[in-house]
Design a protein around this ligand. Structure first.
Ligand SMILES: [Zn+2]
Length: 342
């Protein structure tokens, strides 16, 4: 399913209202000022170069037209149901109180930001070595659970030693949606729900953190609040400009009496607040009870100190789901689809 005009209009509005100056395009870019008359008219001097051997005069052996060209580097293909990748991650992720999450260094975070950029090329075999240095691998993944949709996948090799997460970047995306699940294991079911949204909205990226938020006693494994995670490094590389981040969390209804099934928050950008309010209407139309942050209500679930929200650059929506929605996300998915396609 593809985005329709509203999303294009919405992102245009964001660009126009958020950036102050619209992005330069071929038709609107200010013409370059006329070139000043050069003041130096002398023939430019060139650096002296070493003499080179004369070219051989012999006729080179022609390359036969049937010769096989050197193949472009490609990623190892893998096909399957992406749900299995989520299950693989959650089986191996550092669990609560394990102290097995390894916070990345600044240099490691920079490497993963670079890997994320390289994944946009869709053929990043040359960066496999960089991924391998960190125990990761890049794959060209065909999701049989999504009509054969293809993404570049960055995942930790087995055995998992760091718990840094799994990251998918759709090849030739048609929108700027980023779906995030920072709390695997703890926010039960949210990585799978994030995957479902990634699929139905043809989102451009899926980011799933790789450790229980309470894996480490010092809180360093909490991807939504710790600055030193690969999840945050890739989020920072991915989210900006006209991107829209949907970050999926889960809460316990029993611990939040009187709360609706879904609570939508966001960062402080006006575009985020407006989108959350519109999305809430769509979700209510599918039968869900929905609360929107910003009116002083639902404060416990508004993610006001969420690191990705603070550093999103673009629109950021914090989505909290109670157990009933996580047990059956059909209404949520239907509302999402209706919203993005209307
Ligand atoms: Zn959470």
């Amino acid at each position: 399913m593809k985005f329709r005009a509203l999303f294009g209009l919405f992102t245009t509005i964001i660009l126009l209202t958020a950036c102050g100056t619209p992005p330069a395009t071929g038709s609107t870019a200010k013409p370059a000022p006329p070139t000043a008359t050069p003041t130096v008219t002398a023939t430019p001097s060139f650096r002296a170069v070493s003499p080179v051997s004369p070219l051989p005069t012999a006729t080179p052996t022609p390359i036969p037209p049937t010769a096989t060209p050197t193949p472009a580097p490609t990623l190892r293909p893998l096909a399957g149901n992406f749900s299995n990748q989520i299950a693989r991650l959650e089986r191996a992720a550092p669990t609560a109180k394990s102290n097995l999450f390894v916070p990345p260094t600044d240099a490691e975070m920079a490497d993963f930001a670079a890997l994320w950029q390289a994944m946009a090329q869709g053929s990043a075999a040359q960066t496999q070595a960089l991924a391998a240095q960190h125990g990761y691998e890049l794959l060209r993944y065909t999701d049989n659970g999504d009509a054969g949709a293809v993404s570049v996948l960055l995942r930790e090799k087995k055995p998992v030693r760091r718990g840094w997460g799994i990251f998918a970047r759709r090849i030739a995306p048609q929108n700027t949606l980023i779906i995030e699940a920072p709390h695997p294991l703890f926010d039960t079911g949210t990585p799978e729900i994030a995957l479902g949204i990634f699929r139905v909205l043809d989102a451009s990226a899926l980011l799933v953190a790789g450790a229980h938020r309470y894996a480490n006693a010092d809180g360093s494994a909490d991807a939504a609040h710790s600055a030193q995670t690969v999840f945050q490094a890739i989020h920072a590389a991915a989210a900006g400009g006209d991107s829209v981040v949907l970050q999926i969390h889960g809460f316990s209804a029993a611990n939040h009496p009187g709360y609706p099934q879904v609570v939508l928050g966001g960062n402080s950008r006006a575009e985020s607040v407006a989108l959350a309010a519109s999305l809430a209407e769509s979700l209510q139309n599918t039968g869900l009870t929905v609360g929107v942050c910003g009116s002083g209500q639902w404060k416990k679930l508004c993610g006001t100190r969420n690191l990705q929200g603070e550093t999103a650059g673009g629109v950021f929506i914090h989505v909290e789901l109670d157990e009933s929605v996580r047990a059956d996300d059909a209404a949520l998915i239907a509302g999402m689809v209706a919203f993005w396609q209307k």
